[in-house]
Design a protein around this ligand. Structure first.
Ligand SMILES: *Cc1c(COP(=O)(O)O)cnc(C)c1O
Length: 219
């Protein structure tokens, strides 16, 4: 699959869902990909990327931004509190606000800087014990607490359980966003981004379908 193919599939899914053309942001997930593949996608004019690891992103994006100009980089992986300061300086958006201690840390950093990345709360829609994210039943309160800290929340993010139909998870996330007046929905990956768009995704996170399979050994 090429970037062009993914873009046209997104456009078709927007149209099929009766949504505005361009209402879905494609985040090209470049974690663990060889630099030349990332450069190729930049060369095709794409400027919105996603990363999972602070250290990897910090080693890659400052130089690429120098060469290619402004690039929006979204943090979509788990964020340790002790890396939050580097993260708010490097990333335009953080999709993995998943616990009170991180919310408090981000609020302090935002106060000190007078600026805050775009924030999504990660919801563990499948209530999986090993997975990060706020449990569905705790999400309304967590959102209220974040707002109480002055954090500017944009939306919700989820990673549905492996091997399950994603659609009920997308529907649940959309319903939680709506009742909390949040407009952003970060959901959908290579295998299910069209279904996510049908359920209202505003941000799809697509990695392997654009770049090819990830080779973690070489990463
Ligand atoms: C790696 C990753 C993606 C991209 O996954 P693909 O299946 O390669 O599209 C999307 N979201 C998150 C949170 C990821 O960690």
């Amino acid at each position: 699959m090429s970037l062009t193919d993914i873009r046209s599939r997104i456009a078709a899914a927007e149209k099929a869902a009766g949504r505005e053309p361009g209402s879905v942001t494609l985040i090209a997930v470049s974690k663990v990909q060889p630099l030349e593949r990332v450069e190729a996608v930049l060369g095709e004019g794409h400027r919105v990327f996603g990363e999972n690891y602070v250290q990897e992103a910090a080693g890659k994006w400052p130089a690429l931004r120098d060469r290619f100009g402004p690039v929006t980089v979204h943090m979509i992986g788990p964020l340790q509190t002790n890396k939050a300061k580097v993260a708010v300086e490097l990333f335009d958006a953080i999709h993995t606000l998943d616990r009170p201690s991180l919310a408090e840390k981000l609020a302090r950093l935002a106060d000190a800087r007078g600026a805050c990345p775009v924030l999504f709360v990660q919801v563990n829609t499948g209530s999986e014990p090993q997975k990060a994210g706020i449990l569905p039943e705790d999400t309304d309160k967590f959102i209220a607490d974040c707002r109480g800290l002055g954090l500017p929340l944009t939306g919700l993010m989820c990673i549905p359980p492996e091997g399950e139909d994603s659609r009920p998870h997308f529907a649940l996330l959309a319903e939680m966003a709506l009742r909390n007046d949040l407009t952003g929905l970060s959901m959908g990956m290579s295998a299910d981004f069209e279904a996510a768009i049908a359920h209202g995704a505003t941000h799809v996170r697509v990695g392997s379908a654009i770049f090819g399979a990830r080779d973690y050994d070489k990463g």
